[in-house]
Structures are given as structure tokens and as C-alpha cells.
Design a protein around this ligand. Structure first.
Ligand code: PMP
Length: 359
């Protein structure tokens, strides 16, 4: 069987060397005499894994010392509630930018805790652009400004960090963290589920500036409380130990690739190739404004919907999996995260050209 490429939006393809190393170490980690799954989270072996995990993430993202790094559970979805619970800090309003399905969910959940001011929305364009930040309506009394750095479903990505005019900037980077350089010191809080660019599902990374935490009320359960978790190195209760280990392997793989700078160059090349294939064809179309097309998630529709099923079937026959678009938008979507090799994107582009020629 020829090689298979998995274009799933998440959980998604992992680097092959990571899977092989996990396989090799499944029965025994280094000379510990046990599998990582069997280790006490407070034991000396796992402590080493946890320490390396945080250090590697700090290196890769150049995280300043005045930021805490938390590894939590509940997915990015839980953060939609944890963020207002933890960092409203006595304020009653928060600003949110609505650029797609994930922003909408974040807004919906935040409404349980505060008044949400929708500073800008691209709903009118069916989420195919990003409203000009100079037109955003910001409330200086708001606790923070939230935006979704990459909309996984709509394929819309911010290429620059918007100016929050003094408000702590909060960003959902679930689907583009570690894929491109960014200046973390511009943010109050960044969060991301691991199941796209960092490993399997089950861990959520939260990077938060010291001064924003420690003031939330008692109603926030301690395991969801950033300050409590920070004090306990994210081990207030038993963490998802094996998942931490796997995330650690992915980070080491990324360091070996040359870090975020190097992977960003590759991600740019991959995305360019795919968008070029789409733009040059008369069968495929990507609806997103070119200035904010995602490098990670590339949605496209076929000119004739009747070809969707044959397209997916033929793709699978050619080893190209998980190309069906999200149920809410239809069409196709190719997710091309860090672990997708350029050959995978090339194989997809070649297939798309051939499918167009024969249909
Ligand atoms: N935000 C974004 C941008 C996402 O892509 C996703 C998951 N696809 C989520 C939040 C929700 O993540 P989870 O399912 O891990 O809660």
C-alpha cells in the first residue's frame, strides 16, 4: 500500500518519528523499568518528563518569565468558561471578536459570566474576512479582548497580532500554535488544545501573564483555577500523564526540525502550493479573502456538489484521508498542520489536478 496522508482537522496526524519513539518506549521509558502510563505523576521519572515539557515549550515560544504555563484538561472548550471565571478580576464586561464558529462558541460561553461586547464580526461576509482592527469597538472598562487566531472551520487566520489598545489580549490558538512565530509578550493569555499541532487530544495549554491571575473568586473550582494550578505545577490533581509525555515528544521533534522559525517556512510553502492549486482551477474554490487565508486549515468547495462524494472516494483510494469539510460549512477541508509533510500536500495537489482533468 502506498503512503497514506491524514488531513484531519483534529485530532490530526502526528509526526511519524514521534509515534515510533512512543512505540519504542511503550513498555519502558529510558531505564525507569516502567511505562510512562504506569508512573506516579509525583515520582522522579515523571517529574523529569514534566520539567522537560515545560522547558521545551518555553524555548519554542520564547515564553517570558512572567508568564505561567499550565497544562489543563477539558479542551479549549472548557477554557471558554475558565477564562472569564479566572481573569474578569472584578470587571463585568469583556470584548470578543467574532470571526467564525470557534469565536461564536467562545462568545456564547463567556455570556454565562459577563457581558460580552462583540467588538467586530465578519458574520455578514459568512466569515470570509477579518474586520479591519482599526474599526473594532473596544471598551476600556472591559477585562480583556478575545480573538480566535485561526478559525479551524472557516479557514481564516490572523497574520498579525491586533492592537488591543491596552486591554489584555487573549487568544485561542488551538489550531495554529507553534506553526508561526509570534510575540508572546503582546498577550495576556494564550490557550490551545493539543490535538492539532502539539500531540493527541487531552491536554490544553494555557500561557498566562502573572498579573492577571490570583484574583478570581472562590466559586471557581481549584482544578479550573489558574493560580491554584500554577502553584501546583498543573498537578493539583492527577494530570493526563501519558498525554503530557506525548506532547513532550512532539515538542522535541519540533526543536529538532529547527523550531518554530523553520516549521513556519515549511508551512508557508505548503499552504502556498495548495492555494495555488485551488486558485488555478475552475473546479475548486476557496471563499476566504486572500489576506486572511489560513495556513493550517484550507477549506474548498467543488463547483458541482454532486462531485463531493466521488471526490472523497477517489481521494481515499489515493491514500488521502479526512478531506470532508466540517458539517456546518460542507465542501472539503484539508488541514495541513506542522506534522503534514510537503509530500502530503503535493500528493493532494496532484490528485486534485487529476480529478479535475477527469471530471
Ligand atoms: N477552538 C478552536 C480554534 C478549535 O479548533 C477547537 C477544536 N477544533 C476548539 C476551540 C475546541 O477544542 P476542544 O474540542 O478540544 O474543546
Amino acid at each position: 500500500m502506498s503512503r497514506i496522508y491524514n488531513f484531519s482537522a483534529g485530532p490530526s496526524a502526528l509526526p511519524e518519528p514521534v509515534l515510533r519513539q512512543a512505540q519504542e518506549e511503550l513498555m519502558e521509558w529510558r531505564d525507569s523499568g516502567m511505562s510512562v502510563m504506569e508512573m506516579s505523576h509525583r515520582g522522579r521519572f515523571f517529574s523529569l518528563i514534566a520539567e522537560e515539557l515545560e522547558n521545551d515549550l518555553r524555548t519554542l515560544l520564547a515564553i517570558p518569565d512572567n508568564y505561567k504555563v499550565l497544562f489543563m484538561q477539558g479542551g479549549a472548550t472548557a477554557q471558554f468558561s475558565f477564562i472569564p471565571q479566572n481573569i474578569l478580576n472584578g470587571r463585568t464586561r469583556a470584548c470578543y471578536v467574532n470571526t467564525g464558529a470557534w469565536s461564536e462558541k467562545a462568545i456564547q460561553d463567556a455570556k454565562n459570566y459577563c457581558e460580552v461586547i462583540v467588538s467586530a464580526s465578519s458574520e455578514a461576509s459568512k466569515f470570509t474576512n477579518i474586520p479591519d482592527p482599526s474599526d473594532w469597538v473596544l471598551d476600556e472598562q472591559a477585562a480583556y479582548l478575545h480573538y480566535t487566531a485561526n478559525e479551524t472551520i472557516h479557514g481564516v487566520e490572523f497574520s498579525d497580532i491586533p492592537d488591543s489598545v491596552g486591554l489584555p489580549l487573549v487568544s485561542d490558538m488551538s489550531s495554529n500554535i507553534l506553526s508561526r512565530k509570534f510575540d508572546l509578550s503582546r498577550f495576556g493569555l494564550v490557550y490551545a488544545g493539543t490535538q492539532k499541532n502539539m500531540g493527541p487530544a487531552g491536554v490544553t495549554v494555557v500561557i498566562v501573564r502573572d498579573d492577571l491571575i490570583g484574583k478570581s473568586g472562590k466559586q471557581t473550582p481549584p482544578v479550573f483555577n489558574y493560580a491554584d494550578q500554577a502553584k501546583n505545577h498543573s498537578m493539583l490533581n492527577t494530570p493526563a500523564t501519558y498525554n503530557w509525555y506525548l506532547v513532550g515528544l512532539v515538542l522535541k521533534w519540533l526543536l529538532k526540525q529547527g523550531g518554530v522559525d523553520a516549521i513556519e517556512q515549511r508551512n508557508m510553502a505548503k499552504a502556498e502550493l495548495l492555494y495555488q492549486t485551488i486558485d488555478q482551477s475552475s473546479l475548486y474554490r476557496n471563499p476566504v479573502d486572500p489576506s486572511c487565508r489560513s495556513r493550517m486549515n484550507v477549506p474548498f468547495i467543488l463547483a458541482d456538489q454532486n462531485l463531493d462524494k466521488p471526490f472523497l472516494a477517489a481521494a481515499e483510494a489515493n491514500g488521502l484521508f479526512e478531506l470532508k469539510g466540517h458539517r456546518s460549512v460542507g465542501g472539503m477541508r484539508a488541514s495541513i498542520y506542522n506534522a503534514m509533510p510537503e509530500e502530503g500536500v503535493r500528493a493532494l495537489c496532484d490528485f486534485m489536478a487529476e480529478f479535475e482533468r477527469t471530471h
